[in-house]
Write a protein that binds this ligand. Sequence first.
Ligand code: SF4
Length: 360
Amino acid sequence: MIPLMIKASFEDKSAPPFVARVGLESANNTAALSAELPDVHIYQYREQSFSVASDMGRSMNGDVIFANPATGTLHRWLRSGSSHNTLLVTERCDQLCQMCSQPPRKTHLDMFDHLKQACLLAEPCAQIGFSGGEPLLFKHQLFELLETVGEARPDLTFHILTNAQHFDTADVERLRLTVYSRVKWGIPLYSDQAAMHDQIVAKPGAFAQLMSSFALLAHSGQSIELRTVLLRENYSSLPELARMVSNRLPFISTWAIMQMERIGFARNRWADLFVDHSAQTAPLDEAVSIATSRSLDVALFNMPYCTVSPALRPYLHASISDWKNAFSSECKDCTAKSFCAGFFAWHATLADYERAGPIR
Ligand code: SF4
């Protein structure tokens, strides 16, 4: 697993946090490598000097980091060469999804100035993700960030994961600004039935609000990646959801169907929530067939290659986050390993799936 947080020793631990790009040469906003010793790399950022273990130093060259001298940590916010960089806007959320991989907290730390600085330092043509919690609980700050960064960096694109509970008609004009044509909204929808969706996200009325947000986003020409996590509760009705998406949401860019992550709330509720799609392939097969026959772009995530029907394999994608990819020891001699999505690093086992195993 790629380390996203690195321990560091700072010369001045009382200095405020800062955002910088890690580089070899001194430049404005760069933490430049000043000494390369066998065990440690030493960097200089303005008046501040800090060191990290040399293997970590090598891996973070070119990254945009958030450095916090008080905690002795560097957070690799934008990893060089990665297309999977996501910035956390807030840990607050107004939903409490049963399988949430990043359970919300009540506290909020306003990091918008640092987030903006990180975006401005991003590599050319980078895609930057924003997630939470629910990022649009701070909609106006986020919109302001997108508009400022978008104007200064017209090469950047953005992906925002949101529950779409906070759009209103007053946003339509703003969403028509040019910068929003470079935004893709990742929006979860778990069922065609309002009661089931509301129960999964633990928020009465969430489905109705979502439908009204979809209409508003379509009206303002937004790009939407619909996201559905497979659960025991929604799996058998997946074909109905496919029909509903085809009929009512034909304007979406992509329908991402994904297996659950065994982390956050799902870790302790795994036995109740997890559905083995390899044991009952029909709902997934039928849903993909319905959606693709209506020309929807379908993408399957977090599903090992050997667990899906051959007809679905062209729709498989690697994990949404590259730093999570891992394989089971049983995968060693599998001929499909080079194009298999594998597993989340914290739960790399085939044991959850009835029909799985190396392809020879
Ligand atoms: S055995 Fe492992 S590498 Fe092969 S398809 Fe299954 S999960 Fe992927």
